[in-house]
Design a protein around this ligand. Structure first.
Ligand code: ADE
Length: 258
């Protein structure tokens, strides 16, 4: 996968993309990531990328010409990639969307700035607007970074063998179970005995129940999209959780069938 990030702050990305899983995925040729400076495509004397809005009002709007030229250049290198504008007006990023994007041959992420982007760019060049949440950032750069991180870790092979995306929160609409490491006792609080037992089936059951309990407490809406096997339902019934799970599903509506 090739990810082109179009930005007026390319340095914003240099250290973040050079750490951890992203760095490893780049080194392993699973993904190539470039930050392209939109200013390099400005044609006027002052390399302007923004201008005042027609009709008046506060703030500045990103000019169409440099952005269009930057997108055209990115498309040449990354022809099958959807062009995605980071914007609080866009559809929300979630696990399903990240999974979808991880299967694309490439991504062109456009970081907006100021009060917005000239609408004609959106009409003519943008395939999708994507938001990372219902709040306004001062620019699309942190949002693009979130998309890159969420997507790259889902590319097959990006995670090491000790890591797994399939046990991540959201991969099955359950929050993750609590985790513990050494020491066995910390400030008087001991690690649950079952985790020290070496009994992998019992540990799996404990983790499943803890994940469901946590999801019920914090995000019962997610349970509408969760699916449980007959054995899991039996476990939930034995733990006294089945009625609460069924009530949460009834309240939040059943999600897609999978
Ligand atoms: N740009 C500004 N705010 C944003 C948001 N919430 N998501 C994506 N891009 C943005």
């Amino acid at each position: 996968m090739r990810i082109s990030i179009l930005t007026i702050f390319p340095d914003f990305f240099s250290s973040c993309l050079n750490e951890g899983i992203i760095r490893r995925a780049v080194a392993g040729n699973l993904v190539a990531i470039e930050a392209v400076n939109i200013r390099d495509f400005a044609t006027d004397r002052h390399s302007m990328t923004d201008d005042r809005p027609f009709g008046g009002g506060e703030g500045m709007v990103m000019k169409p010409e440099p952005l269009a030229a930057a997108i055209r250049a990115a498309r040449e290198k990354n022809p099958a990639a959807p062009v995605i504008l980071m914007s609080p007006q866009g559809q929300g990023l979630d696990h399903g969307k990240a999974l979808e994007l991880s299967r694309e041959p490439g991504l062109i992420l456009v970081c907006g700035r100021y009060e917005g982007v000239d609408q004609r760019i959106i009409d003519r060049y943008i395939d999708m607007e994507l938001s990372i949440g219902d709040y306004v950032l001062s620019g699309g750069e942190p949002a693009a970074l979130v998309v890159v991180d969420a997507v790259v870790r889902l590319i097959p092979g990006a995670l090491g063998c000790g890591e797994s995306a399939s046990s991540d929160t959201f991969s099955r609409n359950l929050l993750k179970h609590p985790q513990y490491t050494r020491p066995r006792e910390f400030e008087g609080e001991a690690v649950p005995d079952v985790l020290l037992s070496g009994d992998h089936e019992a540990i799996g059951t404990w983790r499943f129940v803890a994940a469901v309990r946590r999801t019920l407490e914090r995000r019962p809406d997610l349970l509408a999209g969760a699916r449980f096997s007959r054995e899991e339902r039996r476990i939930l019934a034995a733990e006294g959780l089945l009625a609460a799970v069924d009530a949460a599903v009834a309240e939040h509506g059943r999600g897609r069938d999978d």
